[in-house]
Write a protein that binds this ligand. Structure first.
Ligand SMILES: C[S@@+](CC[C@H](N)C(=O)[O-])C[C@H]1O[C@@H](n2cnc3c(N)ncnc32)[C@H](O)[C@@H]1O
Length: 265
């Protein structure tokens, strides 16, 4: 199986650590309620610790894993800054091999990222194996029709316009080390048969008005619809699966851009 193609390294990892701590804040208490009821817990694709850090501060027993050593290192630094030394593993989810099993496993903003279907099926088997009997898996997806910029490229005539042209980032944001960071993404390829999209991110780092670093990185995403994920969870052995809306404890509706699958072992 190949290495996941994700863009969460270098300047993009730095951007996550600097600016994404307050991204989609309603997700934090949503997963926290499940973690409080079922510990220990595992944050799969924990990134720089947007969810983990508040959970550590609340004294919850949570480990993290992520494919990106850069994201994990920034999470480790944040934790160390608060006197914490959590268990953080650098592993893609389809190679998950954690030293203990969990009452709760959650995957936020990462299923289908950098991977392929075969890897995602293997990831679900590994998540199942790492759950204690009776344990809960929470896994979210952004539905393919949520992003109108992508969705309009599904028909053949629209795909002919890909890849999108490169355009410069609109704004630079000041980081804590005196640099400024800027990002700009573009859609490179969309394959509706394979349900795959490839995006490219251009990242820049500026200091005192001078461009001192720039990077271009790719992200492959497998696009899933709700019924496919339900079938995949069933094949992996999960039971009692429910589909909730955008981290809101309510049954999913067709207005939800994000869905959360809540499944039991
Ligand atoms: C959108 S970020 C979300 C991070 C974190 N879950 C959060 O909500 O703040 C996606 C994360 O998934 C990680 N990732 C992408 N593909 C992965 C894979 N196949 N296995 C494990 N982690 C992966 C990336 O490195 C990145 O940290």
């Amino acid at each position: 199986m190949s290495t996941p193609q994700t863009w969460h390294y270098g300047l993009i990892a730095k951007w996550w650590a600097e600016f994404n701590y307050n991204f989609r804040p309603h997700e934090i208490p949503y997963f926290q309620r499940y973690v409080e009821r079922g510990q220990p817990a595992l944050d799969v694709a924990c990134g720089t610790g947007r969810l983990l850090m508040p959970y550590f501060r609340a004294g919850l027993d949570v480990d993290g894993c992520d494919v990106s050593a850069d994201m994990v290192e920034l999470c480790r630094q944040k934790a160390a800054g608060e006197g914490l030394s959590p268990t953080l593993l650098v592993q893609p989810m389809h190679e998950l091999d954690a030293p203990r099993s969990y009452r709760t496993i959650f995957v936020c903003g990462a299923f289908g990222l950098g991977s392929n279907r075969e890897q995602d099926e293997e990831a679900l088997r590994r998540l199942y194996d790492h759950l204690e009997p009776g344990g809960t898996l929470l896994l979210d997806i952004e539905v393919p029709y949520a992003d109108s910029r992508q969705w309009r490229h599904w028909p053949r005539q629209e795909r002919a316009a890909l890849p999108e042209a490169r355009t410069p980032p609109r704004e630079r944001r000041p980081a804590s080390d005196g640099t400024e960071l800027a990002l700009k993404s573009r859609l490179v390829e969309l394959d509706p048969l394979a349900q795959r999209v490839t995006l490219e991110m251009h990242a820049e780092q500026w200091r005192d008005g001078v461009l001192e670093a720039e990077e271009d990185r790719l992200l492959d995403i497998v696009l899933y619809f709700a019924n496919e994920v339900l079938l995949m969870l069933d094949r992996a052995g999960f039971t009692d699966v429910t589909v909730e809306g955008d981290h809101n404890d309510r049954p999913a509706t067709n207005d939800d851009d994000f869905l959360v699958f809540v499944a039991r072992k």
